[in-house]
Ligand binder design. Sequence first.
Ligand code: UDP
Length: 157
Amino acid sequence: MSTLERTLGLIKPDAVRAGKSREIMQLAELSGFQLLAKKTLQLSQERAEEFYAEHQGKPFFPGLVGFMTSGPLYAMVLGREDAVKSWRGLMGPTNSLTAREQQPTCLRALYGTNGTQNATHGSDSSASANREIAFFFPELQPDALEGPEATATYLQE
Ligand code: UDP
């Protein structure tokens, strides 16, 4: 029996600005993901710093925060078997320039620009996914996310 796993996907401000949000969501669905919840929002500097706290102090951190606060983004709860690994596979390598060389059909190759502006985010583990889903969707109760009612519960949102 397959188990539905959830991950947090972001469509970052570069891809939203380029008008690619719908296309990315369609590709996600064609790749077997259920779009369990989605919202558009703009991150404040404080929230962006919190989201990327693990990278604080790295040379790219200020540029990353500047980019992530530069416009609206889409946050999505994506459901699929093996969702964390599958979504990261669909996104491809972190740097969009590398992605174009190594995996030309991945999301970051198709929609990103460089090492910072790379179109999408995906949680890197199931634990990160839970934390990141709660970060963007605090109104969704974890208990409501398990079992056959999960999709219905999400879609009411
Ligand atoms: N990033 C960057 N320069 C780097 C590495 C990462 O600007 O050298 C940005 C990029 O937008 C990336 C984000 O920081 O998506 C988080 O980095 P991470 O290493 O966690 O990569 P990811 O999990 O997003 O592939």
